[in-house]
Ligand binder design. Structure first.
Ligand code: RM4
Ligand code: MN
Ligand code: MN
Length: 427
């Protein structure tokens, strides 16, 4: 566990400069007719789930470079997520990957999580790899496979994942399918999609009461010629065919270069089918980098669509916010702390957009003033606002500084007895 004094001590160190920054920001926002407290109140409603698979060091197909003190099992992953929650007060739920992080005893894991103040978000199935005790191979697909026995096995796996999720208290399942082909002619393009839908229908038919099913698209990798659920259009067709409790999940890294992701988000909102997000960032492909690290303006524009939709649709508009990242270089805890901070900053900036002014300029086709209205929000330095929210809730003014000063990683490097690089304790 994180030393409880660590946050308090670190906050004392940062208190004075923080107070001054916040005061200056409040004064500036006041001049713009914005009340800091009402923004803080709305910002507080934003939280995001941490993926169980993001706590260990990731790798590429060329190698993996572990860090010292990595979690050894799903219980230790929970402990690390609890540290992130303590520091940020914004990550109360975990999204579990099965079988990667399948608990031997889901009830015991649920109890462990509850002790740490954590709950569970969407469970994720995996039919993109073969498992040791499995009868049939997914080499040529799972839900799209030509052989009914393979499809049955993949459906059964998803039903099992739902069962585990039910015990844990999850209320949704995310299905990402690697299914596709790498060569022209390999797969019948229409029939493979129809078979996939038929399998999804079988899973959808047994969704527990109150559950939702998310379909996640991705253009390529591992399939390099044709992926079955390759874009938001295919994902939408599936979600619409399945029914009301199915919706689309947008992973920010799952788009071809130059795709206007905020436009995809807007379309899915209009269709009533935006189910949720996998937040991350990317430069080239599905890079799984820290959200907001490469294209912070794009992240802001996505958040802008969400805040705008929330204004019109009210509490009924509640997409599931989740992170999906892989940490090859950074300490995973530090990367996730940065991610949460970047997400909150982008959301806070979206809350600052003067929507009446934007509507007005859009109606008048005043291109320059409409753009400037967005930029005025985007260019506001909201770091002290996000820090203030964290502090109010008992979190850290500067999560990375508090985490480093706590010595948590040095401690886990000893107790978990795992060799590898350990980041320095100081900044
Ligand atoms: C996929 C996709 C899924 C994630 C796996 C690990 O590219 O993003 O959401 O569960 O990777
Ligand atoms: Mn994803
Ligand atoms: Mn991905």
């Amino acid at each position: 566990m994180l030393d409880p004094d660590a946050i308090r001590t670190a906050n004392q160190t940062h208190a004075e400069p923080h107070r001054r920054d916040l005061e200056a920001l409040a004064e500036q926002l006041h001049r713009r007719g914005i009340d800091v407290d009402s923004i803080l109140e709305r910002l507080q409603t934003f939280d995001v789930a941490v993926p169980s698979w993001a706590l260990g060091t990731g790798g590429t197909r060329f190698g993996r470079f572990p860090i010292g003190g990595e979690p050894r099992d799903v219980y230790e992953k929970m402990d690390d997520i609890a540290v992130i929650q303590r520091l940020t007060q914004t990550t109360p739920r975990v999204s579990l990957h099965i079988p990667w992080d399948e608990p031997d005893d889901p009830k015991a894991l649920k109890a462990h999580a509850a002790e740490l103040g954590l709950g569970f978000d969407a469970v994720n199935s995996n039919t993109f790899q073969d498992q040791a005790e499995q009868h049939h191979s997914y080499k040529f697909g799972s839900f799209c496979h030509t052989d009914a026995a393979v499809r049955d096995q993949a459906v059964a796996h998803n039903l099992h994942v739902i069962e585990v999720g039910r015990t844990l208290g999850s209320e949704s399942i995310t299905i990402w399918l690697a299914d596709g082909s790498s060569y022209p002619g390999q797969m019948h393009l229409r029939r493979s999609f129809e078979r996939t839908l038929a399998c999804l229908e079988r899973v959808y038919a047994v969704l527990p009461e109150g559950w939702r099913l998310f379909t996640e698209h991705k253009p390529y990798e591992p399939a390099f010629y044709a992926t079955v659920v390759q874009d938001w259009g295919s994902s939408l067709l599936l979600a619409q065919a399945l029914g009301e409790r199915a919706a689309c999940l947008v992973d920010l890294g799952h788009h071809l270069p130059n795709t206007n992701i905020e436009l995809v988000v807007a379309r899915l909102i209009s269709a009533g089918k935006l189910g949720g997000f996998h937040f991350n960032d990317a430069k080239y492909g599905d890079d799984d980098l820290t959200a907001g690290s490469i294209r912070p303006f794009q992240l802001f524009l996505v958040m802008n669509e969400l805040v705008d939709a929330a204004r019109e649709l009210g509490p009924a508009f509640a997409p599931a916010y989740m992170i999906d990242q892989s940490h090859n270089l950074k300490d995973p805890i530090e990367a996730l702390l940065m991610t949460v901070d970047n997400l909150q900053r982008a959301y806070a900036k979206a809350l600052l957009v003067d929507r009446d002014a934007l509507d007005h300029y859009q109606e008048r086709n005043d291109v320059v003033m409409a753009e400037q209205t967005l930029r005025a929000a985007y260019e506001t330095d909201v770091r002290s606002l996000v820090a203030a929210l964290r502090e109010r809730q008992g979190g850290a003014l500067d999560p990375t500084a508090a985490f480093r000063a706590s010595g948590y990683r040095q401690q886990t490097a000893r107790t978990r007895n795992r060799a590898g690089y350990v980041p320095p304790q100081s900044l």
